[in-house]
Design a protein around this ligand. Structure first.
Ligand SMILES: Cc1cc2nc3c(=O)[nH]c(=O)nc-3n(C[C@H](O)[C@H](O)[C@H](O)COP(=O)(O)OP(=O)(O)OC[C@H]3O[C@@H](n4cnc5c(N)ncnc54)[C@H](O)[C@@H]3O)c2cc1C
Length: 451
């Protein structure tokens, strides 16, 4: 029997260190994020990053030769659950999106030269990156519609197109761009990815798109802003193609699969933090003669939140285990399930915590309002929930068949999907009863005879 819900003791000790480090060093820093300059932030976080490296926990998602630990997804998931409590923690552990996903993509698909030129400095924190796939004019949820084109001209590809929501794009040194290289074939085979340095002629960072995260951006570019980017006849050397022409979709899948598990585990950390805040308040605030914690409607909030967190956690760890055992492409359904369930669980947990805090919860004096705005984005980013539900439903339906129409009196055979009178569900009780009587009738007759 291999079912086991325990973490091995060595790794459990590491996780305890991470938890204490997060509580004592990272959480206090959070409140300064919006008040300090980028240089000051670097000064504040450099020594923390060094401590993470000294504990061999830097960029754990990568293989050892790239400075990571080569942990599988289960171990990574448990780490991300702790880091998820704070939105600044992933950056201090070298696994901040989009850099972490881009590093993984370059590690998987890049050649030696690309790894040397882009991946190593990215991991060392010397370069920053962004992932540029979604376009404003076509549905981002259906990347087969991408219009940005890359045409080979001598030793260079010429890229033309418009993207938006390129997170971190306005601060990035290079962008990983998805473009159509062969419009004659299906986009699954006709799309490719390129490393595009932001200082190339023709790359224009148009703006950081104002959004629920940064509704009123001050002038200048925002850390973590979501950029609109125009590519105007950008000439990219041929060597900047990642993998081969046509690899775009395969690379995108490889990049997004593990990332979704890390995201979902981080959402569990966020949701737990919201629940911690909710319980503390419920045990502190009195109204109408009792503590909020004594009111059944508030107890319902707490119970529902705990159940949703624990069940999502199990689903996530199962998906992580499935991926370690069977790989990314065979774990599509499991990954889609945690994407959908994770966003719902997160949103509900924060929403209920805000409710319990009342006006204080709605105010920016508590972290909940910012967490709530971020949680809203999770239902859209990395593919909207609806698209993941389609995947889940399609994969589920593959395990079933409709009832076949039986042949009729004329002897004509029935066809699957044909609507005919008398097409009864497999579970139809009178039909099953009739069959049961045929099967067990002798025994019943024997019983009647004996009585
Ligand atoms: C905060 C944030 C960060 C992001 N970062 C990046 C990034 O770094 N790089 C990048 O390239 N992109 C990024 N995106 C973009 C993101 O990937 C897209 O927003 C997403 O794929 C949805 O595309 P869309 O916005 O064009 O919505 P659309 O594709 O227009 O979809 C709109 C809605 O249509 C519905 N819908 C779509 N398909 C179906 C279906 N099959 N069945 C039922 N309903 C459906 C859904 O409700 C969906 O929300 C980010 C988005 C956000 C919000």
């Amino acid at each position: 029997m291999a079912w086991d819900f325990e973490t091995d003791s060595d790794y459990a000790k590491r996780l305890i260190w991470v938890r204490e480090f997060l509580d004592n060093e990272i959480l206090p820093l959070e409140t300064l994020l919006h008040d300090v300059s980028e240089a000051e932030w670097k000064k504040l976080t450099d020594s923390l990053k060094q401590q993470v490296k000294d504990h061999e926990l830097w960029a754990c998602h990568l293989d050892p030769e790239l400075g990571g630990q080569g942990y599988g997804q289960v171990k990574l998931g448990l780490l991300h659950e702790i880091l998820g409590r704070s939105s600044i923690a992933p950056g201090i552990f070298g696994n901040q999106a989009p850099d972490s996903g881009n590093a993984e993509l370059l590690a998987l698909g890049g050649d030696d030269e690309q790894k040397e030129k882009w991946l190593k400095p990215l991991l060392a924190g010397e370069l920053r990156s962004a992932f540029s796939m979604t376009e404003p004019d076509v549905a981002g949820s259906d990347p087969t519609l991408i219009q940005t084109a890359a045409v080979l001209d001598g030793d260079e590809y010429v890229i033309d197109g418009k993207k938006w929501y390129t997170s971190n794009g306005s601060r990035a040194d290079f962008l990983i761009v998805m473009a159509v290289t062969n419009p004659e074939v299906h986009p699954y085979q006709g799309s490719s990815m390129f490393v595009v340095p932001t200082d190339l002629e023709g790359v224009e960072i148009v703006r950081d798109v104002p959004n629920m995260h940064h509704p009123y951006p001050p002038p200048g570019m925002q850390p973590g802003g979501h950029a609109e980017v125009a590519y105007r006849s950008v000439r990219v050397p041929k060597e900047n193609l990642i993998g081969s022409e046509g690899d775009g979709f395969v690379l995108a899948q490889k990049r997004l699969g593990p990332g979704r598990i890390h995201h979902a585990m981080r959402w569990i950390g966020q949701a737990k933090r919201a629940m911690d805040m909710m319980c503390e308040r419920a045990l502190t605030r009195r109204a109408h003669g009792s503590l909020l914690a004594e009111k059944q409607m508030i107890q319902d909030f707490i119970a529902e939140t705990r159940i949703e967190i624990e069940s999502t956690r199990l689903l996530c760890l199962y998906a992580a285990w499935h991926m370690d055992k069977h790989g990314s492409s065979k774990s599509r359904t499991e990954i889609a399930m945690i994407k959908v369930q994770g966003t719902k669980m997160l949103y509900n947990a924060i929403d209920r915590a805000i409710q319990v805090y009342g006006s204080l919860g709605y105010s920016a004096d508590m972290p909940l309002e910012e967490m709530y705005r971020m949680a809203r984005a999770t239902r859209i980013l990395d593919g909207p929930d609806e698209v993941h539900k389609v995947t889940i439903a399609r994969q589920t339906l593959k395990g079933y068949e409709g009832v076949e129409a039986q042949g009729d009196e004329s002897g004509r055979e029935g066809r699957k999907g044909e609507v005919k009178e008398g097409m009864l569900p497999t579970e139809h009780i009178p039909t099953r009863k009739e069959a049961a009587l045929k099967k067990f009738g002798d025994l019943l007759e024997a019983r009647t005879a004996n009585s």
